[in-house]
Design a protein around this ligand. Structure first.
Ligand code: COA
Length: 205
């Protein structure tokens, strides 16, 4: 069982998706630009959004993944999602996935959202290592990971086949100690990044 969690940042609220998010979620994940480097084709039916939201409830119950919607505080608009998945409890690791609506790119929203999620994952879920896998052509995603302190650890050739097109993967990793160092660089005062978790319940790992 994963906790029901809500995380606050300066401009964002990270919260579980709910049924009424389906249309907006579909708009985001049916956009070919957003899905250009995703590991599936763009969604074609709003039913895929409804299924994803229903699956989230079940995933939290079984502890298989934790997906949060990213909502802007300014207008309560859902602009994306971020997800911890492939938990390995013995090794205290998980993978990270994320996507933002095209209209919200380039304003540092994902950095802000993932900073909160990573701090939560390390501090509250007691993870030791978080991994990410991106298409090497996805420069914005690489920048996002670099800025969060991830290190590029490997390259896998033709790892994905989406709509008949093969693509390589760059593998990234972040250890809890890396995160503490990069958070210090990010914040010249060296203040720790806490006070983000508004709704945590039980630790799960
Ligand atoms: C990847 C993504 C999450 C980045 O989110 P974002 O909030 O726009 O990121 P930021 O505003 O923090 O920008 C990240 C960096 O990438 C840079 N960048 C943005 N677009 C870029 C591009 N096309 N080429 C190179 N750099 C780019 C920004 O200038 C910024 O650099 P900086 O930190 O030096 O200022 C967003 O582009 C997205 O959702 N893309 C589609 C889904 C996706 O690819 N998800 C990742 C799958 S692994």
């Amino acid at each position: 069982m994963l906790p029901y969690v809500m995380l606050n940042t300066e401009r964002l609220l990270l919260r579980p998706l709910i049924e009424t998010d389906a249309e907006t979620l579909y708009t985001i994940f049916s956009d070919a630009a957003v899905m250009r480097y995703w590991n599936t084709a763009p969604w074609e039916h709003v039913g895929e959004a409804r299924d994803a939201i229903a699956n989230d409830f079940e995933a939290r119950r079984t502890g298989s993944y934790l997906q949060l919607g990213i909502e802007k505080n300014a207008d309560a608009q859902l602009i994306g999602t971020c997800t911890l998945f492939n938990f390995n409890h013995q090794c205290r690791r998980a993978e990270l996935g994320y996507a933002l609506a095209r209209s919200s790119w380039g304003r540092g929203f994902m950095h802000e959202a993932l900073s909160a999620l990573l701090d939560y994952a390390f501090a509250e879920l007691n993870l030791h290592r978080i991994e990410a896998e991106i298409d090497p052509r996805n420069f914005a995603s690489a920048k996002t990971l670099d800025r969060l302190g991830f290190l590029k650890e490997g390259h896998r050739r033709d790892r994905w086949m989406v709509s008949g097109e093969g693509s390589d993967s760059h593998l990234y990793g972040l250890l809890v100690g890396d995160r503490l160092s990069s958070a210090r660089v990010d914040r010249p005062s060296g203040r720790p990044v806490r006070g983000l978790c508004a709704g945590r319940v039980n630790p799960v790992i």
